[in-house]
Write a protein that binds this ligand. Structure first.
Ligand code: DGL
Length: 269
């Protein structure tokens, strides 16, 4: 494996760009291949079997791009599929749950942590088990917030309607006196300002992509695969449906403009 090989990253759709954004901020010299499963999003209300099958197909696709490591940016796919696929494939595969849990535990002083995510992520209790594995005394308060995803995709990051839905979902976590809130879904970091405003000063929001990026960097370093001399990193974008949505969303949140997005038949992998 060459250090110039790209890092593969995938999500159920466009939201994983929040993780890619953090990844390239941490490692600006790395080449990256992103896949967004825009034809089959959302994963958050699908079964474990389905998400596992999709994850297998995507990993097989990314392998054709000779990636040196894979990041599962999607919290739902991390929760449902990481444990299976990390044993099956020889390249390093990382999810966002364990790094996110470590960051949350490190932050919490009062040992009361809130976790928000899709129905699937919350139902899997993946964050809760990872947090309790690190420190069994921590109390975890879970809440599925399924409507946050469409609000973000509509670009309603700071909006009176968004504030209303935030209050509706998060009131019970605010009343639970948590001091740390895990943003356990790719889209939620984009609502961070609005969520922080509602939760107040005593609550720190944790974006799992920060710790995940550091972990990827460490694994590449250990394996002598860091691409440290690359002045012109290459980013490739693939989706399973029309490219338009990806282009629009990427140009809303990424630090550069994206034009070239290719549509592939993910079912054939
Ligand atoms: N990417 C998903 C996640 O982080 C959110 C969108 C979906 O439900 O697919 O869980």
């Amino acid at each position: 494996m060459k250090s110039s090989a790209p890092i593969g990253i995938f999500d159920s759709g466009v939201g994983g760009l929040t993780v890619m954004r953090k990844l390239i901020q941490t490692m600006p010299e790395e080449n990256v291949v992103y896949f967004g499963d825009t034809a089959r999003v959302p994963y958050g209300n699908k079964s474990k079997e389905t998400v596992l099958r999709y994850t297998h197909q995507i990993i097989r696709f990314l392998e054709t791009k000779q990636v040196k490591a894979i990041v599962i940016a999607c919290n739902t796919a991390s929760a449902y599929a990481l444990h299976e696929v990390e044993k099956e494939f020889s390249i390093p595969i990382l999810g966002v749950i364990q790094p996110g849990a470590e960051a949350a535990v490190k932050n919490s002083r009062n040992q009361r942590i809130g976790v928000i995510g899709t129905y699937a992520t919350i139902g899997s209790k993946a964050y809760e088990s990872s947090i309790k594995n690190i420190n069994p005394h921590i109390e975890v308060f879970n809440k599925a917030c399924p409507l946050f995803v469409p609000f973000v995709e509509e670009g309603m990051l700071e909006d009176i309607l968004t504030d209303g839905i935030i209050a509706r979902y998060l009131q019970e976590l605010r009343n639970a006196h948590i001091d740390t809130l895990m943003l356990g879904c790719t889209h939620y970091p984009l609502l961070r300002t609005s969520i922080e405003k509602y939760m107040g000063n005593g609550v720190v929001c944790v974006d799992p992509s920060e710790e995940t990026s550091l972990k990827v960097q460490k694994i590449l370093q250990i394996n002598h695969l860091l691409n440290s001399q690359n002045q012109h990193p290459k980013y490739e974008f693939y989706v399973s449906d029309s490219a338009q949505k990806m282009v629009e969303f990427a140009n809303m949140i990424m630090p550069f403009q994206i034009e070239d997005v290719q549509t592939i038949q993910i079912e054939s992998f």
